[in-house]
Write a protein of this length. Structure first.
Length: 44
């Protein structure tokens, strides 16, 4: 996995492994508004 480093996951997007084995991945902030999911922001 460290040799490949970056993976595009179908449901949650891009995931990246660092040299120190940590994972970097965006976090999606969502809310339910009028019965539907609404994206507020993407952090990371």
């Amino acid at each position: 996995m460290l040799a490949i480093r970056t993976f595009d996951l179908p449901l949650t997007g891009k995931l990246t492994f660092a040299d120190n084995h940590t994972v970097s991945k965006p976090v999606y902030l969502m809310e339910v508004k009028d019965g539907a999911w609404t994206q507020l922001a993407v952090v990371g």
